[in-house]
Design a binder for this molecule. Structure first.
Ligand code: PLP
Length: 412
């Protein structure tokens, strides 16, 4: 006898991150902080090893009246001022399409809700070959298959693989639902060029002549792009979509506001016709009401209060961390180049990912841990969380890693 429905997959989650977080923690307790390199934690940390939290955000939150923290949101789709502020902040004037917003519990809520409502069980979701693990889990929980496009050809986006994957899926179903995690891809740190985006949109328009197309653009890390507001200019490419394409931009306050646990984000729906936007909004609203009901009012009010009164303070404070992240990535990437340590094309973002096949990865990951260097295994690579490592820990790390990799390869 079983208590859960027959169709659900019962295999427990193998959490590759939290298991290693625990090992790194135990190593630090035993050997002391200095003896251990913890390149696991995927949140932004200060140089003193503390979780980075923006004062602009938490001062604003703590100054809200208790009643505003306690109350329900104004609507199941989010507070109207939050919706407007999310559009203004995220799109920054770079979109002429019809738009609607549904507040969600983080980017997870936005991506999950889109997948659940745009594909039938048994259909296929298209995701990158190296990607945030939750995409595949969301597919599994909705009884969907996944097709993965290879991300890179040399140092640029693998357009041929992307197109081929879409064409293959189109043979079997009437729609395409695709995730692109750009800019600042997790975990590679790639960001696509405007030209690459234009080519993708032109291709999706072709696909849309016979198939409905939903593009989920996961922008979880966009506010840590090294290009500031210019990182948002690619949204103008979406203005060229055809009537049979919809874009859902999955926005998250987790990184943007350093407020991971407040669980707030948004699904921003973009389309050429108001009817298309309304259809998605209607279904998303019902889905929201049936699952999480409404979103944390304090988190939405914090965001709106900042956007409407302290935006410049917020941008200036955040920029200090963007600069710190850039310093960390410059140091690691330059030293990796000097040492000959190969990684996937990195432009910006929280992680750098070393490139190798899965067999080498497994041996290397263990060899690194034997030397008290803790990282995360990803498909065909090792993720190095530069976001949480102080500069003094990054300095010299690439050369140490290369030496260990050489030993692993020599022993193979
Ligand atoms: N998308 C990517 C690629 C992520 O790495 C994460 C978090 O790690 C998210 C979305 C969603 O985060 P949250 O649900 O906290 O907004």
């Amino acid at each position: 006898m079983s208590f859960v429905k027959d169709s659900v997959n019962r295999t427990p989650i193998v959490d590759t991150v939290f298991a290693i977080v625990d090992l790194a923690k135990k190593a630090k307790e035993k050997l002391g902080d200095d003896a251990v390199v913890d390149a696991v934690i995927g949140s932004l940390y200060t140089e003193d090893g503390k979780l980075a939290t923006l004062d602009t955000v938490f001062d604003t939150l703590k100054n809200l009246d208790d009643s505003r923290l306690a109350k329900y949101a104004v609507s199941f789709t989010g507070n109207p001022d939050f919706q407007k502020d999310a559009i203004d902040w995220v799109l920054d004037g770079n979109s002429n399409l019809y738009k609607e917003v549904i507040a969600t519990p983080g980017g997870t809520g936005a991506v999950g809700m889109s997948i659940e409502n745009c594909l039938e069980p048994g259909q296929t979701l298209i995701i990158p070959e190296i990607a945030w693990g939750s995409y595949a889990l969301m597919a599994q929980m909705n009884n969907l298959n996944v097709a993965r496009y290879s991300l890179f050809e040399g140092d640029h986006f693998n357009m041929a693989s992307f197109k081929q994957t879409c064409q293959d899926v189109m043979k079997a179903q009437d729609r395409l639902v695709i995730i692109i995690n750009d800019p600042c891809h997790n975990p590679t740190g790639y960001s696509m060029s405007q030209e690459e985006w234009k080519e993708i949109i032109a291709f999706l328009n072709e696909c849309s002549k016979t198939h409905a197309v939903v593009l989920i653009n996961d922008i979880a890390y966009i506010d840590f792009s090294y290009r500031g507001r210019y990182a948002k200019e690619y949204f103008t490419c979406f203005d060229e979509i055809s009537d049979n394409v919809a874009v859902i931009v999955a926005f998250s306050l987790s990184k943007s506001m350093t407020s991971y646990g407040l669980r707030c984000g948004a699904a921003i729906i973009l389309a050429r016709t108001s009817a298309a936007v309304e259809e998605l909004k209607t279904v998303f609203e019902k889905s929201a009401r049936a699952t999480w009901s409404n979103i944390n009012n304090g988190a939405m009010e914090t965001f709106s209060t900042i956007m409407e009164g302290r935006k410049e303070d917020y941008i200036a404070e955040k920029q200090k961390y963007v600069d710190l992240l850039k310093k960390r990535s410059d140091l690691f990437i330059n030293q990796a180049r000097e040492a000959g340590l190969k990684h996937y094309p990195y432009k910006e973002g929280f992680f750098v990912t070393l490139s190798m096949d899965n067999e080498t990865r497994d041996a290397f990951h263990q060899a690194l841990m034997d030397e008290q260097i803790y990282t995360v295994k990803v498909n065909n690579g090792i993720r190095v969380a530069i976001c949480s490592m102080p500069l003094k820990k990054i300095d010299g790390l690439a050369a140490r890693m290369k030496k260990i990799l050489d030993q692993v390869e020599a022993a193979a």
